[in-house]
Design a protein around this ligand. Structure first.
Ligand code: HDE
Length: 711
């Protein structure tokens, strides 16, 4: 359970804005105590409401203005406070203070999001996840506005509105919500070969995470680190979850969207409330400035990763989320990120996608948060006081003293002064740039398939099948055959078998696509660089497969215990204690919400009934020991529901433990039909069933048995 109340400089700053209604009387916004909040002021108790009723007017007016525009992308979000701890100094590479002082703890606020859906849409959409981090550093706010996928759809920001228009619900009928499976998205993608690498990631299970705490975070672009001597390194940012990178099955994702559309939001909230603080290793890939051109792709191209085999990720710090927001709107909704919020020691690269983002984020806050003072909203405030001559504007909070609001000045003693570099004054990294003013893409950005192949080739067999099925699902929703065919043509440059399978299932032929590449002007001379013969420079990268992720913990796993009256109290309590010791959460599911009486007469109160939840909400199931309990679970009222629980968990490759006396349930379920060896089915016949259960849960799923389990 939550052992201590985290505290840091940012939380202390927020504290002065937090109010509680405990022991207080209802007031108007002017602080006037209200005597009657039930009736408006009327001319006679059956007469019309009076204009004079300022209490009614204030309440209704505020209500009428409660909504602000949701984010144009990343509208659905979940946030949490936390801390970034530096474990190893990056002083050799950057002068950013929060990255140089070992042991330093920097307060952070993190917002996770889906991209396409609106604020009320499901958490389980097949989509990219945003992973935006605001570091409240002593040198000002640093925002790392990251995603859970290391590449992007497009190479140039000028295509972003097209991409977003294509993926959002179609404009004539506003269908579909939070889904890319429709004509306009695939029309656009099939004409944008540069998206192919991103599409591989998006169709992989990375796009349906098990939880936010089990996703990676990537800065995507190459940024620059600058050290005290002015030496530059290009840097790619990584966050690696301590719990490993794990996903759900697509069938499961669709079920969760109905049963618990807040599944990720709830998981994050509950983990933090339970003290199971989500944690990530913070790592960087560093490339000395002089090695910029050493790769067979351009490190400024956001559709490319730098394979970890070529430049390893070195770990320097830990990101921990340890406090839920007090108020969703004030914090998670009003937080305003911007990749342009940087600190000395960090700078931008010339990645044309990043360059465009540097304009977009402030611009969007102006409309979303209503004016230029959004930096004064508590969640957005820097922990250092702001000193400048910017004045006025809607909703100004700061009360700037004195008559001077210009610089240079003598009346104010010249204050505030510009800071010298030695005092932490920011200077942009000096870079010599020359070239014609030209609307053209660099030749070095032209290879669109090598890394798509690298990603696909690096997937395990079950991951490849999931990716293929995702493409089949998505393209089957495309109503125009020519789009399906063009897309299959793109896939053919990645993998011929993949293209063939998708073509078969979507009713089209594999046709050899002809360039030119739609993203290049018709008169471009880049066509021959775009050859299907180009091979991935590294054939396989282990880091790209979730098969190789961390699988040694059951921390924050949710285990469902299905039981009824007569369940064996000893084994239930023993196993529950063991699982909880390992950091898992146990929730009891019974035929109804009424407490059940165990075989020793003790009562257990269920958290769920068989009707109020579903097995997709759990990582593993324990079917409780006890013949009487089994008998009740097999009663006509319950049988179908219990078997649905078991069969779904089985189908989704989860771990199931059948306690003693549950054989009739085992035999009646699909598990009873199995003939293969299955390490994730634990039964009363096993030796050390409890440790077998724990080990199997840590493995996440037996994806390699998916076909056996579903045949
Ligand atoms: Fe964003 N993006 N983006 N984006 N983005 C926004 O800013 C934009 C891109 C990302 O939790 C918007 O405040 C452009 C890449 C996250 O509040 C907007 C381009 C990456 C979030 C915007 C990109 C991201 C946003 C909408 C292409 C990964 C949510 C609301 C040039 C590195 C932040 C807002 C939050 C949000 C523009 C591409 C990540 C409109 C123009 C690449 C995590 O400004």
């Amino acid at each position: 359970m939550k052992d201590q109340k985290p505290s840091n400089e940012k939380l202390d700053q927020l504290e002065s804005h937090i109010t509680s209604n405990e022991d207080s009387k209802l007031t108007t916004n002017q602080g006037l105590k209200i005597n009657n909040n039930q009736d408006s002021l009327k001319a006679g108790d059956r007469g019309p409401t009076l204009l004079e009723d300022f209490i009614f007017r204030e309440k209704i007016t505020h209500f009428d203005h409660e909504r602000i525009p949701e984010r144009v992308v990343h509208a659905r979000g979940s946030g949490a406070h936390g801390v970034f701890t530096l474990n190893k100094s990056l002083e050799k590479y950057t002068k950013a203070k929060f990255l140089t002082e070992v042991g330093k703890e920097t307060p952070v606020f993190v917002r996770f999001s889906t991209v396409a859906g609106n604020r009320g849409s499901t958490d389980l959409a097949r989509d990219v996840r945003g992973f935006a981090i605001k570091f409240y550093t002593e040198e000002g706010n640093y925002d790392l506005v990251a995603n859970n996928i290391p590449v992007f759809f497009i190479q140039d920001a000028i295509k972003f509105p097209d991409l977003v228009h294509a993926v959002k619900p179609e404009p004539h009928n506003e269908i579909p919500q939070a889904a890319s499976a429709h004509d306009t998205f695939w029309d656009f993608i099939s004409l944008m070969p540069e998206s192919t690498h991103m599409i591989m990631w998006l169709m992989s299970d990375r796009a349906i995470p098990r939880s936010f705490s089990r996703m990676e975070g990537f800065g995507v672009h190459s940024f620059k680190f600058i050290n005290d001597e002015g030496k530059v390194h290009f840097v790619k940012f990584h966050f690696k979850p301590k719990l490993g990178v794990h996903s759900v099955a697509w069938d499961e994702a669709q079920r969760i969207s109905g049963v618990d559309p807040d599944f990720h939001k709830r998981d994050l909230w509950e983990s933090i409330e339970n003290g199971d603080f989500p944690e990530w290793d913070f790592g960087v890939q560093l490339i000395p400035e002089e090695d910029e051109d050493k790769f067979d792709f351009d490190i400024l191209d956001p559709t490319k990763i730098i394979p970890e085999e070529e430049v390893p990720v070195e770990i320097f710090g830990t990101l921990t989320l340890n406090k839920n927001p007090e108020n969703f709107f004030s914090e998670t909704e009003q937080v305003a990120f911007h990749p342009g919020h940087i600190v000395p020691g960090i700078d931008f690269s010339n990645d044309p996608l990043l360059q465009g983002r540097l304009f977009s984020y402030t611009d969007t806050q102006l409309i979303r948060l209503g004016g230029p003072n959004f930096h004064e909203i508590p969640i957005n405030r820097s922990i250092k006081t702001v000193h400048n001559n910017q004045r006025d504007g809607y909703m100004r909070q700061q009360i700037a003293k004195g008559k001077v609001s210009y610089e240079p000045n003598s009346i104010g003693g010249g204050c505030p002064f510009q800071a010298m570099m030695s005092e932490g004054g920011f200077t942009s990294h000096q870079e010599t740039i020359s070239g014609p003013k030209i609307r053209q893409r660099s030749e070095s950005f032209v290879d669109h398939y090598s890394q798509a192949k690298l990603f696909y080739n690096s997937q395990s067999a079950p991951e490849k099948i999931h990716l293929q099925n995702a493409l089949i699902f998505e393209l089957s929703k495309v109503t125009i055959p020519a789009i399906r065919e063009r897309m299959v043509g793109q896939l053919n440059f990645v993998d011929k078998v993949l293209a063939q399978k998708v073509a078969e299932k979507t009713g089209v032929e594999v046709t050899e696509l002809e360039f030119p590449n739609q993203s290049l002007p018709a008169d471009s001379n880049h066509i021959d660089l775009q050859s299907e013969e180009r091979e991935a420079h590294t054939k396989i990268s282990d880091a790209l497969s979730m098969e190789n992720t961390v699988k040694d913990t059951i921390k924050s796993r949710k285990i469902g215990f299905i039981l009824a009256n007569g369940a064996d109290a000893g084994s239930v309590n023993d196993l529950k204690a063991k699982l909880e010791d390992e950091g898992a959460t146990v929730e009891i599911i019974a035929p109804s919400l009424a407490p059940i009486t165990t075989n020793d007469g003790s009562a257990l109160t269920p958290k769920h009934s068989l009707t109020s939840t579903a097995s997709v909400c759990f990582d593993a199931l324990f079917i409780s020991t006890g013949e009487d309990s089994t008998k009740e679970l097999l009663a006509p009222d319950n049988k179908h529901k219990v078997l649905q629980f078991i069969n779904e968990a089985y189908k989704h490759c989860k771990t199931i433990y059948f306690g003693e006396g549950t054989e009739p349930l085992y035999m009646n379920s699909n598990v009873g039909l199995k003939s293969h060896i299955d390490p994730a089915i634990v039964s009363w016949e096993d030796e050390n069933p409890e440790s077998k259960f724990i080990d199997a849960i840590a493995q996440h799923r037996v994806w390699h048995l998916e076909q056996e389990r579903n045949n």
